[in-house]
Design a protein around this ligand. Structure first.
Ligand code: NAP
Length: 312
């Protein structure tokens, strides 16, 4: 297939582009961030410019590429930025998605939209499934949920895929939780603080890419959860990082979200735990347990930090 990808230079794109190229697809990768024109090294396409907030640019990209599928990854993923500037959040995540969806519809092109566990309010006991009702708590969650609704309404052949806490991107692209912990370790921290009151499901970008390839290959369109197996708090993830790296000398301090209230003022759902129920029911859930995926990530991308004494 000829595939147009938006937001390709981010954490997910860094795994997804090589996976789709390796699978034999022709990929046109775009982003607003062109600082690194070859984020995948020699392997994969050069990055082209596409700002999804620009309706004319989106339409022109579809006209030029005439894709068989669009993978829409572009988003403003910072909750704090979205809450501080809702116009920017909704313009990027909702209106930008509308432009891509309208262009996809005009070209009879199937569309894949990546959404988030952050569409839920986090009050449920147990894992969220595709049959639970979204109730976002912040601008990011709401703008992504509105994007879901538009894609479902506008594009007949759609895959709306909710990911959990993204794990991926390596030293260059990772700007989420794992890199925050890794950066502190690299900086010589003797203490690391992590919250026990936020639960979720890490989602390893290479596993996500592999599972998505299988799903798209099947043609089974619809709404899906696609997170790694299991669940945990941010504290659990940090503890696992330290264990995998063999850093038993670093003290992990359990705190509540109050501790980070100044740095991360946005309201976050207490639980973003997801189960891939529809993939399970369709026999298509290839996502591994998160601890296994996290070990692979750290050993692959941060091998220099793994102590020889660490247990694999
Ligand atoms: N990260 C997570 O934990 C997470 C969890 C669940 C779902 N998701 C979803 O997964 C998708 C991929 O996210 P990711 O984790 O790869 O995040 P990411 O690393 O922030 O990547 C998003 C990419 O989109 C780009 N972008 C932002 N505004 C754009 C615009 N107007 N036009 C074109 N590109 C634009 C970003 O560029 P800049 O860096 O320059 O802004 C970035 O390169 C997103 O739809 C996100 O909502 C992410």
């Amino acid at each position: 297939m000829l595939i147009l990808v938006t937001g390709a230079a981010g954490m997910l794109g860094s795994a997804l582009i090589p996976a789709f190229v390796r699978a034999g697809h022709q990929v046109v990768a775009t982003d607003i961030d062109l600082r690194d024109a070859h984020p995948w090294g020699a392997f994969g396409p050069a990055l082209g410019h596409l700002d999804v907030r620009d309706r004319a640019e989106v339409a022109a990209a579809f006209q030029t590429v005439d894709p068989d599928l669009v993978l829409h990854l572009a988003a403003e993923t910072s909750l704090e930025v979205c809450d501080a500037d809702p116009d920017h959040g909704y313009l990027t995540n909702t209106i930008g998605t509308k432009y891509v969806a309208l262009a996809a519809r005009a070209h009879g092109c199937p569309m894949t939209y990546i959404s988030t566990a952050g569409v839920f309010d986090g009050t449920k006991t147990g894992a969220y499934t595709e049959f639970d009702r979204p109730n976002p708590l912040n601008v990011y969650g709401d703008s992504k949920h509105e994007g879901e609704i538009l894609v479902e309404r506008l594009v007949p052949q759609h895959y709306v895929i909710r990911a959990g806490w993204m794990v991926g991107g390596g030293a260059k692209k990772d700007h989420k939780f794992v890199s925050r912990i890794v950066d502190q370790i690299r900086g010589g921290a003797t203490q690391v603080f992590a919250v026990t009151d936020k639960l979720g499901t890490p989602t390893y970008a290479p596993d996500f890419s592999r599972c998505l390839l299988g799903l798209i290959g099947s043609g089974m369109t619809g709404l899906y959860h696609m997170a790694c197996g299991g669940e945990g708090s941010r504290y659990d993830v940090a503890a696992e990082i330290l264990r995998i790296l063999g850093r038993h000398d670093i003290e992990l301090v359990p705190v509540t979200s109050e501790h980070f209230a100044d740095e991360f003022p946005s309201v976050r759902p207490p639980s973003e735990i997801m189960r891939n129920m529809v993939l399970d029911l369709q026999g298509m859930n290839t996502m591994r347990p998160w601890r296994q995926a996290l070990a692979e990530y750290l050993h692959t991308e941060f091998a220099d930090l793994v102590r020889v004494s660490a247990v694999a």
